[in-house]
Ligand binder design. Structure first.
Ligand SMILES: [Zn+2]
Length: 211
């Protein structure tokens, strides 16, 4: 494997090319059903272990997305050097402390330095990191570092707004449920006007995140 591929795997973290173990998940869910005091033979939930296992395969698919295959053929050499912004990328993640959903959106920007990535890949990069057990701060940093490694741009900025169902459902103070995190590198960190251009762009015409 060449060095750049190795770097992409490293920065993607936790890539796993084994099959998800449905039998083990189904057993575990069945045990949870018993432990909480329900009846796993009851008609309504008899197939719940199987359903949960299948839904985990989808909700947590991010471990099994091959990052090198994903970006393959989508990197282009260009002379364009203006800010590229992709905003309002819908994301669904799971908090790693409670395994409950984080619903949110991401805004991603970078300033190319000779290389760009196909626009449709940015939401897929977000998805790769979102569909894992996560904490929002780390997910935000991972998205930024991945793009930094891939494109070596003049700057990268990632802002994530998330609603954490573990806070909303568990009677913790409501204001803890909504969170905004950001990671900025290069021009976005060094240059106030670049940062403001991005922040103005993502706040323009945006509606507050809510249900
Ligand atoms: Zn949580």
């Amino acid at each position: 494997m060449d060095e750049s591929k190795k770097e992409v795997y490293e920065v993607a973290e936790l890539f796993n090319d084994t099959e998800i173990d449905h039998a083990t998940i189904e057993d575990a869910i069945k045990n949870i059903l018993i432990a909480i005091g329900d009846d796993p033979a009851r008609e309504g939930i008899a197939r719940t272990p199987e359903r949960v296992s299948r839904s985990y395969a989808e909700l947590l698919a991010g471990y099994r997305i091959d990052p090198v295959a994903m970006v393959n053929d989508a990197l282009f050499d260009v002379t364009y050097d203006e800010m590229v912004v992709v905003r309002d990328i819908e994301l669904f993640s799971m908090c790693e402390h409670h395994m409950l959903p984080i619903i949110g959106r991401a805004h991603v920007a970078y300033i190319p330095n000779g290389k760009v990535i196909g626009l449709s890949k940015i939401p897929r990069i977000v998805d790769m990191f979102a569909r894992r057990l996560q904490v929002q701060e780390r997910m935000t940093r991972q998205i930024a570092e991945f793009i930094q490694t891939l494109l070596n741009p003049r700057g990268v900025a990632v802002v994530v707004e998330g609603l954490h169902l573990c806070s909303m459902m568990r009677g913790v103070k409501k204001h803890d449920a909504r969170m905004t995190t950001s990671t900025m590198f290069g021009y976005f960190r060094k240059n106030h006007s670049t940062r403001m251009e991005f922040l103005d762009n993502i706040s323009r015409g945006s509606t507050p995140l809510h249900f």
